[in-house]
Write a protein that binds this ligand. Structure first.
Ligand SMILES: Nc1ncnc2c1ncn2[C@@H]1O[C@H](COP(=O)(O)OP(=O)(O)OP(=O)(O)O)[C@@H](O)[C@H]1O
Ligand SMILES: [Mg+2]
Length: 458
């Protein structure tokens, strides 16, 4: 049962019809008093609440009713309907506990998929579901090469399974190298869009001036440098999933443009004013805490709520040390084939040693460390020595240069100096600097910001 609250009888009728055709039972009421009575008596699964339902269009009544719903029925999801002009109101509502918001005029398909998603996310988990083991998850879903049994990871995989079939926008947060991209791919692979494209866009690598042309595409002649037509990423992803990686790096001007597209579900190719419909599932990832970026004023709150109907937080490797053994065995298995060394294995002592290493680069770093150990070792069972040998090899290589004497500099200072020198060497070309330092552009940006390094001429 879905409860509709709207003072406009035309809206109540058309929404009621739409939902009924989609197989939902509905009850429609014009105001707050009736809504609360209905919620009490018919126990709806979801409320669709028009924020401007009273004559007072400031939305204060809507917010008040929302607060009342949340107070009396905290588990009941409320989806807000607001006029286009009142995104700020929707954001207020999200802060007050609304599950999601839609803007009027609504798109029928989008409205239905939002309702389906919110219901899926709020469905009470059957008792057995909570205990879905890795084996049971694998029987139900395709998690391919995602190795691990840690409780935190399993929680993420269960959530992926729960929303994969819907069009829910998902935000994936996690430190560098924790497997965010693998999770994004898993969402796509387990969705009805799986045979359509999965398009990855690294937003950390796209400048503000090129954002629109990259994402929306352009017609020849749309601007001075547009010598030929260009197909945008949204068009490439049509029907499938777009993975917006490093969303935390997006500048504020581009954030507005992205919000508008996600809001209207339409976009325009530069130089072509015919709006195109967006039929795309959006998945975003960041190694920042986006909620903190919002608080600091670096990320738009309305966009934040638009992209994270669900947030998945990937645990860092140090939070799941028991998985290190599984991961190492998995990598060694791959390397046996790559290097034609069928008898290769890792000893228990080596595993224990690895579990004590800090590994700030998480799984990506673990994978590199294992591969380097395989390269330096000449015997089949890897020992701690093989792992340490490469550290020594690295240190030795470095000290033959001109590193400062121990005790004179911290690692942060060394890192800062190395970045400054590399910037000078490559004349501020950030792509080359990032490559030379073995960093993603996003990771380089974060360090530039951390050390307050200004890059001139780019
Ligand atoms: N659970 C896992 N099982 C096996 N391999 C994994 C797992 N998680 C990550 N990896 C591997 O680790 C590497 C890093 O993963 P991925 O690129 O998905 O991380 P990320 O979080 O997107 O990193 P970044 O923040 O640097 O972009 C990849 O080679 C990936 O295949
Ligand atoms: Mg990534």
């Amino acid at each position: 049962m879905i409860l509709l609250v709207d003072d406009d009888v035309a809206v109540r009728t058309s929404l009621g019809l739409l939902l009924k055709q989609a197989g939902y039972q509905t009850q429609a009421v014009p105001g707050a008093a009736e809504a609360l009575v209905a919620a009490e008596t018919t126990l709806p699964q979801l409320v669709l609440l028009d924020m401007n339902f009273a004559l007072d269009t400031s939305g204060a009544d809507g917010l008040q009713l929302l607060a009342e719903f949340k107070r009396r029925f905290p588990a009941l999801p409320v989806v807000l309907l607001t006029g286009w002009g009142s995104i700020a109101l929707a954001v207020e509502g999200m802060k007050a506990g609304a599950a999601e918001f839609l803007t009027k005029p609504w798109n029928n398909e989008h409205l239905l998929s939002t309702i389906e998603t919110v219901l899926a996310l709020h469905a009470p988990e059957p008792a057995t579901e909570t205990a879905l083991t890795r084996r049971q998850l694998d029987a139900r879903y395709d998690f391919g090469a995602i190795v691990g049994q840690d409780a935190g990871l399993l929680h993420v995989l269960r959530q992926v399974g729960q929303v994969a079939a819907t069009d829910a926008s998902v935000l994936i947060e996690g430190e560098s190298g924790t497997g965010k991209e693998l999770i994004a791919e898993a969402l796509h692979r387990n969705s009805p869009r799986r045979r359509q494209p999965f398009v990855k866009v690294n937003l950390g690598g796209i400048s503000a001036s090129l954002f629109e042309s990259e994402l929306f595409g352009h017609r020849r002649g749309a601007f001075t440098d547009a010598k030929t037509d260009r197909v945008g990423r949204f068009e490439l992803a049509q029907g499938g999933t777009i993975f917006l990686d490093e969303i935390g790096e997006l500048d504020l001007a581009s954030q507005v443009k992205l919000l508008r597209v996600l809001q209207d579900r339409t976009y325009e190719v530069l130089g072509d004013s015919k709006p195109r419909r967006l039929d795309i599932r959006v998945v975003c990832a960041t190694n920042r805490r986006l909620a903190e970026e919002v608080r600091a004023g670096r990320f738009r709150e309305d966009l934040f709520y638009r992209i994270n109907l669900l947030t998945l937080r990937l645990p860092a490797l140090r939070e799941r040390p028991q998985d290190i053994g599984l991961l190492v065995r998995h990598f060694v298995e791959q390397l046996r084939t790559t290097y034609l060394r069928p008898a290769l294995q890792v000893g228990t002592r080596a595993l224990h040693w690895l579990q004590e290493q800090p590994l700030p680069g998480n799984i990506r770093e673990l994978k590199n460390v294992v591969e380097r150990a395989v390269l330096v070792s000449s015997h089949d069972e890897l020992t701690p020595d093989d792992f340490q040998a490469q550290n020594f090899a690295l240190t030795a290589a470095a000290t033959s240069g001109e590193l400062p004497a121990p005790g004179t500099m911290t690692l942060d200072e060394v890192e800062e100096q190395m970045i400054r020198r590399t910037l000078v060497h490559y004349e501020g070309n950030l792509s080359r600097v990032a490559r030379a330092l073995g960093l993603s552009r996003g990771a380089l940006y974060r360090r530039l910001e951390k050390y307050g390094i200004e890059v001139v001429g780019t």
